[in-house]
Design a binder for this molecule. Structure first.
Ligand code: SPD
Length: 373
């Protein structure tokens, strides 16, 4: 439970950004500088396709001030939506933020460009335990950005006893009391995944009977669901429009502390149900047809600077893989992240989502059927 600690955090937290160190550079067009960046090779603009509420806003301004590159950011809230745009070609995007299994899919489909490791001089700041994971063992295509877990966020005034099971969101006897007051993620892997975990299955099963049972469970739940929503769950929890949600731990942290444009609420807490949850890693990757790959590598390297990664984590409140940044986090953020980080006991109940077959067709079909019901 993270509530008590976060109550303390709320009394003292400030989202003031820490300073960004300029590691060199004498302006555009001056050639390679002390930081190894050839200013003459930088593009004027960089197109960043990112999840919502997933970067400290002034970081993009800082990058432009240092390198003269304007970063234009568009938002998405599901890997599948992002992949569909990249798959269509000529998306115009340079840098994307695919999750673990989405990296596997994009590499398999040739949708990512190999990273230029000679430009990623800050990659050593990452925790070695979070590099070389199953979806990109050499980190040839992706660098870790943030990681977290998926479980249940809830309002402690409505649930003074924390929900311990996914039955809080799937058992018809319990749903009547929260009808129209809860959301599920709008996600073709996460939401069937929650149903599968509740039913004692792997999140990666493609067994037709298991998938059919998960689909039926989701269809039975649907009349009670307020919305399938991945973008505004933090706000809906904070404003008490909903009282419980299938959600990411970092998003629950945002619901408690608040963001620049979203209020916080100290009554929100987060738990991993007894049946388990999902562990995941979002990454920074470069689109295969990006016209600005040099600049994209420089941008990814910039985000891995300890002071930039710390500034980002202080705002975003997901778990940073940047080991060197951890010592720079505000005391309040460190307190939040230490509690959000799953315990050894919780880790044993967490599953990674992996790519299953070509383009995860079975899950896309299942999710389409649930939404169409
Ligand atoms: N608001 C940003 C949330 C990013 C969540 N990405 C997680 C995907 C896990 N499958």
């Amino acid at each position: 439970m993270i509530r008590l600690l976060l109550l303390v955090v709320l009394t003292t937290v400030t989202l003031a950004a820490c300073g960004t160190t300029n590691t060199g550079g004498t302006g555009a067009g001056s050639g390679t500088t002390a930081d190894g960046v050839d200013r003459a090779r930088l593009s004027a603009e960089l197109y960043f396709f990112n999840w919502s509420d997933y970067i400290e806003p002034s970081i993009l301004e800082d990058f432009e001030a240092e390198y003269g590159v304007r970063v234009i950011m568009d938002l998405y809230d599901a890997n599948e939506a992002m992949i569909a745009k990249i798959r269509a070609g000529n998306s115009g995007y340079d840098v994307v933020v695919p999750s673990d299994y989405a990296v596997q899919s994009m590499v398999a489909e040739g949708l990512l460009a190999p990273l230029d490791t000679t430009l990623l001089t800050n990659s050593g700041n990452n925790d070695p335990a979070l590099m070389g994971l199953f979806f990109d063992e050499q980190n040839a295509y992706s660098m870790p950005y943030f990681w977290s877990t998926t479980g249940i966020a809830y309002n402690t005034t409505v649930f003074p006893t924390p929900p311990t099971s996914w039955s809080a969101l799937f058992d018809p006897a319990q749903l009547a009391a929260i009808s129209g007051k809860f959301t599920m993620l709008d996600d073709a892997r996460e939401t069937p995944g929650a149903a599968l975990i509740y039913q004692g299955q792997s999140v990666n099963t493609t067994d037709p009977a298991a998938l059919a049972a998960a689909r039926e469970l989701l269809i039975a739940q649907k009349p009670f669901v307020a919305a399938y929503d991945s973008a505004n769950t933090n706000l809906k929890l904070a404003t008490e429009e909903i009282v419980i949600a299938h959600y990411w731990s970092g998003g629950a942290g945002q619901a408690i502390v608040g963001l620049e444009d979203k209020p916080g609420n100290p009554n929100i807490d987060f738990t991993i149900p007894q049946e388990g949850g999902v562990i995941w890693m979002d990454t920074l990757a470069i689109v295969h047809d990006s016209p600005n790959q040099y600049t994209a590598n420089v941008f990814i390297n910039y985000l891995m600077r300890p002071e930039v990664a710390a500034k980002n984590a202080d705002y975003v409140l997901y778990l940073t893989p940047n080991q060197a940044a951890r010592a720079l986090l505000s005391a309040e953020t460190q307190a939040v992240l230490e509690v959000i980080e799953p315990s050894a006991e919780e880790r044993e109940r967490l599953q990674w989502i992996e790519r299953t077959g070509e383009s995860d067709t079975a899950f896309s079909q299942l999710w389409t059927e649930v939404l169409a019901e």
